[in-house]
Design a protein around this ligand. Structure first.
Ligand code: HEC
Length: 100
């Protein structure tokens, strides 16, 4: 009995972990170019990097910040959405915009 149960459990776990395809949705090159061409016109990447260090900044908070930036700079919704996805869903957002 036990010998059958363990492989069955492993399969269930693997499916459960792999199927929600998070993190794969952002293209790092697009992220870099979007952020460096639109988000660093008025201030350095350092503002974004400092914000990324603040772990209290969740997706909702980023949405608020990016909406405010979008109003200042008249950014298309699509650009705002890309920036938001990049800063909240890439594996390591700091690597996209911050100096090493
Ligand atoms: C039109 C100029 C301008 C553009 C373009 C711009 N910002 Fe800003 N940003 C500002 C100013 C000015 C501040 C200082 C706070 C304020 O006035 O809201 C700021 C502040 C910030 C902060 C600090 C946190 C805060 O809430 O103030 C972050 C993070 C930030 N910007 C991210 C971004 C991102 C991401 C983009 C691209 C989507 C972007 N900015 C594009 C002008 C801009």
């Amino acid at each position: 009995m036990k010998t059958l149960l363990i492989p069955a459990l492993l399969i269930t776990l693997t499916i459960g972990v792999v199927s929600p395809a998070t993190g794969a949705a952002v293209n790092e090159e697009d992220c870099r170019s979007t952020i460096t061409t639109t988000c660093t016109k008025c201030h350095g990447a350092v503002k974004i990097c400092n914000q990324l260090k603040d772990t209290g900044t969740d997706a909702q908070k980023w949405r608020e910040i990016i909406t405010r930036m979008g109003k200042k700079a008249n950014l298309d919704q699509a650009v705002q959405d890309t920036a938001h996805a990049c800063l909240t869903m890439s594996a390591d957002p700091r690597r996209l915009v911050c100096e090493k």
